[in-house]
Write a protein that binds this ligand. Structure first.
Ligand SMILES: NC(=O)c1ccc[n+]([C@@H]2O[C@H](COP(=O)([O-])OP(=O)(O)OC[C@H]3O[C@@H](n4cnc5c(N)ncnc54)[C@H](OP(=O)(O)O)[C@@H]3O)[C@@H](O)[C@H]2O)c1
Length: 295
């Protein structure tokens, strides 16, 4: 029997997840299919519970609702309040994970960046930033300073991280909301989790070449991914900063999703990365113009 998986989001028409998962199913010889489906917020729970689906992924703007539909949320879902991957247990109940967290771990490791003891400047405070804060703290980062356009949202992110932490005092110490990088401070990593860079006319999420900050960042990571690379990745590289884009994180979350759906199977990272890169290249040209994610 063919197992059915689906990506739920709105919009989803630029999604590259079907290409990644179909490539993996083929390599592993799995009788499974994966489609993207655009749904309304009130459809999230009912669609996830529908008996014909074995599981799937969730993207903007439904990750918080998906978390609430789970009977068995993983520790990462409980910590972030967000679910991007779910599956049906043998008893028919829904379990889920936030594989963006592990996807970032995989990408940082491939980048050769060790979070243990690291000082991080995190740009943005949306859903991706929640996953980043959790991954960085679990990885032992010594500080995460959140810089976001809307400071109330950054404070909400910090409060949520403290509320869900088992070691609230450490998190309260390590996570700070800032209006600008601390004067004179240096950072091991600056991580962009804003959506700036998705559309070709976007400004840079952060100018690394201003007098006040020049030379203060050891490495840069852009969660946004693009065919070729984003303008911010090019900007960092021009300044001699070691930098990578978000493709490995995207592939990493897909790899971990597949391994949740098929326990004991090792997902083929390189084949999935190749499929993702090929699909992204097809999207080169006029950008969607609707700020849509292509997860
Ligand atoms: N590589 C991966 O696997 C992966 C995984 C997840 C997400 N992502 C990417 O990460 C990005 C963010 O996703 P998300 O789920 O966190 O989205 P989100 O929840 O909508 O958050 C968007 C963030 O971007 C900021 N932002 C948007 N427009 C801005 C502007 N004009 N100026 C300054 N800040 C702006 C927002 O600031 P405000 O709070 O002030 O609005 C917020 O911090 C997307 O590009 C997504 O594709 C990548």
């Amino acid at each position: 029997m063919t197992l059915r998986f689906t990506l739920l989001g709105d919009p989803v028409r630029h999604s590259i997840s079907p290409a990644m998962h179909r490539a993996a199913f083929e390599v592993l010889g799995l009788d499974a299919e994966y489609v993207a489906r655009r749904i309304r917020p009130d459809e999230v729970g009912p669609v996830m519970r529908s008996a014909e689906l074995a599981g799937g992924n969730v993207t903007l703007p439904h990750k918080l609702r998906a978390a609430r539909a789970l009977v068995e949320p993983s520790a990462a879902v409980r910590a972030t309040g967000a679910c991007n991957c779910w599956w049906r247990r043998p008893d028919g109940e829904l379990a889920g994970d936030n594989t963006d967290v592990g996807g970032l771990d995989i990408a940082l490791s491939r980048f050769g960046f060790q979070p243990q003891g690291a000082r991080v400047l995190l740009l943005g405070a949306g859903g991706a930033a929640r996953a980043a804060v959790h991954a960085l703290l679990e990885g032992g980062a010594s500080s995460v300073e959140i810089l976001n356009r809307t400071s109330a949202r950054a404070h909400g992110l910090r409060d949520g991280a403290i509320a869900h932490a088992t070691d609230a005092d450490r998190v309260a110490d390590a996570v700070r909301v800032v209006a600008a990088p601390y004067s004179g401070a240096t950072y091991d990593l600056v991580l962009n989790s804003t959506s700036l860079g998705l559309s070709s006319g976007d400004p840079l999420p952060f100018d690394l070449d201003r007098d006040a900050v020049r030379g203060r960042f050891g490495a840069a990571f852009d969660m946004v991914y693009a065919a070729g690379e984003t303008a911010w990745v090019r900007h960092a590289r021009t300044l001699g900063i070691r930098v990578t884009g978000g493709l490995d994180m995207l592939v990493g979350q897909a790899v971990l999703s597949l391994e949740r759906w098929f326990p004991g199977r090792a997902a083929p990272f390189e084949a999935m990365r190749e499929a993702a890169a090929a699909e992204l290249a097809l999207r080169r040209g006029p950008d969607p113009g609707d700020g849509s994610s292509v997860v």
